[in-house]
Design a protein around this ligand. Structure first.
Ligand code: 5AD
Ligand code: SF4
Length: 447
């Protein structure tokens, strides 16, 4: 069978960076004459793009690939890609006879050749030029994510990323800007720049992340720009200042705190204290008062006492985040934390997880209630998946707003009045349309 007839099926686990990688992989394989299969049963290559950040994500990806085993009888190849490939390396092929290809995120460029060659092969480890420079059309025509750095050298004690994604590398600004220009021509209006720690973009070169953001804003057609993630240890004042000066930048800072206890932060090798973290929050709020600040928290880190956890809860209440992602500590092989004895039982992790979520539920709701009655510019970003005839827009603080509207308004920035506030989103009505209605239907004006 020629490769023109060969089909692939990709299932993606984990973060936005993996989504981005999968989209690039797909574009690369299509470029090399492969085509997409709608179901694993129809594919010649079943690919899982895996995530290793927490064990649960690994288990899910592995279970998916294992259930595809029977398909191997008819010649289907089972391919394990992504972070698990780099974490466990070529041993995966020895241990799991049903795997045909193991390929880490820094080796995707070679995937078409690898598949062509056939046989059971493993390609893992770091690489000097890891970026896949193949443009892929966006999933949604209006928004796209772009990876600007790969890898991480911060070695937070719990984190597997420095082992799976390797050394920090920054993608050259020229290729990033070229890709965004291309996306803008395809109709994309919103760009999210991705990196494990975007603060470190361009480290050791003339350029930095703030300059990159400014260049992105100057690209015609790009209406909204976001970024994630920024590490509290080295967020530059210049970057915080852009929340004041860059009109198209979402006023949204995702700033993982991980813990509110200085003792745990030191054990985690995070290189900041709660006081320093709170100073950054203050500065961000000075730059833009209503800035949306979100964070990540890990509960049950080895050695986390009840008193450390209480400090985290107090910090969450004091800071008043717009939203939180709360994770139960997961022991990851090879990390410094994996050498520490786990001291928090899984029941207690569950309790701590629940406690924080319930604290955050009421904070998020009250943060959203502050929007009630306000008339705000909203970027009309996508159709609502749940409510027919409604669009989901974003405020400049990157809060979702459910608005009754036809698809003709997609991609526009319109004024909406916020009429309802919920835990995870706002609801509003278009002001512009109301005005039009009054002008065009005088009978209504008489009521
Ligand atoms: N266990 C639990 N959560 C983790 N994260 C990273 N590593 C672990 C781990 N071993 C969380 C951190 C990080 C987010 C992306 O995932 O909170 O900010
Ligand atoms: Fe992991 Fe820390 Fe790097 Fe983030 S900064 S990817 S948490 S090691």
């Amino acid at each position: 069978m020629s490769k023109q007839n060969k089909r692939f099926y990709i299932k993606t686990y984990g973060c936005q960076m993996n989504d981005y990688d999968s989209a690039k992989l797909e574009a690369l394989l299509l470029k090399h004459g492969y085509s997409r299969a709608e179901e694993p049963e129809d594919a010649d290559y079943i690919i899982a793009n895996t995530c290793s950040v927490r064990k649960s994500a690994e288990d899910r990806a592995f279970a998916f690939l294992s259930t595809q085993k029977p398909l191997r009888k008819k010649g289907t190849k089972i391919c394990l890609l992504g972070c698990m490939a780099n974490l466990y390396g070529p041993d995966l092929l020895k241990k799991h006879r049903f795997l045909d290809i193991v390929c880490g995120p820094n080796n995707y460029k070679d995937l078409p050749e690898i598949l062509e060659k056939g046989g059971r092969q493993s390609f893992t480890g770091d690489c000097a030029d890891p970026f896949l420079e193949v443009f892929h059309p966006p999933d949604s025509s209006l928004s796209a994510c772009i990876t600007v750095t790969k890898g991480c050298e911060n070695f937070c004690s719990y984190c597997v990323v420095p082992f799976t994604r390797g050394k920090l590398a920054s993608r050259p600004p020229e290729t990033i800007l070229k890709e965004i220009e291309w996306l803008s021509e395809k109709g994309v209006r919103e760009i999210t720049l991705l990196g494990q720690n975007v603060n470190e973009y361009g480290r050791g070169t003339e350029t930095d992340f703030s300059s990159l953001l400014e260049k992105v804003q100057s690209i015609g057609g790009i209406t909204r720009i976001g970024f994630t993630t920024s590490h509290p240890k080295d967020i530059p004042e210049k970057l915080i200042g852009l929340f004041k000066t860059m009109p198209r930048l979402y006023k949204h800072l995702h700033l993982p705190m991980q813990s509110g206890s200085d003792r745990i932060l030191a054990l985690m090798n995070r290189k900041y204290t709660l006081e320093k973290y709170m100073r950054i929050v203050d500065k961000a709020r000075e730059a833009f008062q209503d800035i949306n600040i979100t964070s990540d928290i890990i509960v049950g880190y080895p050695g986390e006492k009840k008193s450390d956890f209480d400090e985290t809860c107090r910090a969450i209440e004091k800071i008043s985040f717009d939203d939180l992602f709360v994770f139960k500590y997961s022991n990851r092989p090879g990390t410094p934390a994996s050498m520490m004895k786990e001291t928090v039982s899984s029941d207690e992790k569950e309790n701590r997880h629940k406690t924080i979520l319930s604290i955050q539920d009421s904070i998020s709701l009250s943060r959203n209630e502050r929007y009630l009655g306000k008339k705000l510019p909203v970027f009309m970003r996508s159709a609502s998946g749940k409510k027919k005839g409604f669009l989901v827009g974003r405020t400049i603080t990157n809060k979702p707003v459910l608005i009754k509207s036809g698809g003709e308004n997609l991609g526009l920035v319109m004024t909406a009045e916020i009429t309802k506030a919920f835990r995870r989103y706002l609801a509003g009505v278009l002001c512009d349309v109301n005005r039009q209605e009054k002008v065009s239907s005088p009978s209504r004006g008489q009521n």
